[in-house]
Design a protein around this ligand. Structure first.
Ligand SMILES: Nc1nc2c(ncn2[C@@H]2O[C@H](COP(=O)(O)OP(=O)(O)OP(=O)(O)O)[C@@H](O)[C@H]2O)c(=O)[nH]1
Ligand SMILES: [Mg+2]
Ligand SMILES: [Zn+2]
Length: 352
């Protein structure tokens, strides 16, 4: 039995939409001529423009479906009410009637689209990073801040353990211990050698997680070792630019054998944070936010301000230098790649 039962108002909504369909008013979807089965509950496995791949929550059977034009937003992980096609014809499409309320939504800022939803109903963001294309705490902090802002827990996973020298492993341990002290879970793995993969699999077995991180860090490679049947396409890291090739182009949901769901997502080169205000970013740095409560001035910028408790915590080693520096670097770059529409005063903080 699926967890999401229909409320009375959802049932009424579906009945209204079905009646509308029978009157053939939905002429934006000409391929569907009423050959649809009864309404069922499903989960969006992946989305392709006006269509999506939806699985029936009870039978796990996959259906290609059209998305009604009236549905504002639908992403991988969304729970939906849909009507499957009645025939098993390859060209047959079903129809998504309604997107059910989301428990969580991960969005990322996109220069052209504004704030773009990536995946819904996620319980854990797996922030994947690696020595290659580049190991950077600044990049980790951006993903961690985005997770904090979305109010979704995050697990920091460092992949390509096999590429770190012994010295570098020591430095990596020190860096990861800083994150652990703040309260974040961390793991080190190698999709190539299998190092740490069993622990990761066990950790993710009861979650609805998403693999997020730069292109080329090995998200799809990790997925393929976690779920051997997944056969997700993997790319290479360019020797010239040392950048990933953006191999994965859309998010896709997979099941673990014993429960748990994992979504592979396309890498982004830079996770912009222009949708956050200065105060939002401060809240996303837990240890800075907690020290900032003791700053002498409420509008303290935590730089040279007198009585700044954050600077004091940095000088006493209670806040790591690199976290403090990243915080200021992110603040300074906050408006980089911000679409003009967001520069209008008042717009920025109104985004959720
Ligand atoms: N040495 C080493 N290479 C790895 C490891 N994991 C992945 N790779 C390599 O890293 C490259 C990129 O891997 P992908 O899995 O395609 O990376 P991705 O994060 O899914 O990239 P996008 O889909 O572009 O976002 C491939 O050449 C993989 O073989 C690892 O643990 N060690
Ligand atoms: Mg990939
Ligand atoms: Zn301060």
């Amino acid at each position: 039995m699926s967890k999401n039962k229909l409320t009375m108002s959802q049932k009424r909504n579906v009945a209204r939409r079905v009646a509308k369909l029978c009157c053939n008013q939905d002429n934006d979807i000409p391929e569907i001529q009423g050959e649809l089965g009864a309404v069922a509950e499903g989960t969006v496995v992946s989305r392709y423009g006006k269509t999506a791949l939806v699985e029936n929550n009870d039978s796990r059977i996959l259906f290609r479906v059209y998305i009604r034009r009236t549905i504002e937003s639908i992403v991988t992980g969304d729970k939906v009410l849909f009507r499957p096609p009645l025939t098993s014809d390859e060209k047959a499409f079903g129809l998504v009637e309604t997107v059910l309320p989301r428990t969580a939504l991960l969005s990322r800022p996109d220069y052209y689209d504004g704030l773009r939803p990536v995946a819904a109903n996620i319980s854990l963001i797996v922030t994947v990073t690696a020595k290659q294309p580049e190991f950077s705490t600044n990049i980790i902090d951006r993903y961690v801040a985005a997770a904090e802002y979305s109010k979704i827990p995050t697990l920091i996973v460092v992949n390509k353990h096999d590429l770190f020298t012994e010295n570098e492993k020591g430095t990596l341990d020190r860096i990861l211990s800083v994150y652990r002290e703040i309260g974040y879970e961390t793991m080190t793995v190698s999709a190539s050698t299998g190092f740490g993969i069993n622990s990761l699999k066990e950790r993710l077995s009861q979650e609805t997680s998403i693999l997020a991180g730069q292109s080329g860090v090995g998200k799809s490679s990790i997925l393929n070792v976690l779920i051997p049947g997944a056969r997700a396409e993997t790319g290479t890291v360019s020797e010239n630019s040392n950048l990933g090739q953006h191999t994965t182009t859309g998010s896709r949901l997979y099941h673990f054998e014993n429960g748990g769901v994992i979504i592979d997502s396309p890498g982004v080169r830079e996770f912009a944070l222009w949708h956050l205000s200065r105060e939002d970013l401060t809240k996303c740095y837990r240890e800075i936010a907690s020290a900032a409560a003791s700053c002498r001035f409420r509008d303290c910028r935590h730089k040279d301000d007198p009585g700044c408790a954050v600077r004091e915590a940095v000088s006493q080693g209670r806040i790591a230098d690199f976290r403090y520096e990243n915080y200021h670097r992110i603040l300074e770059s906050m408006t980089d790649n911000m679409p003009d529409a967001y520069r209008t005063p008042g717009k920025r903080n109104s985004r959720k």
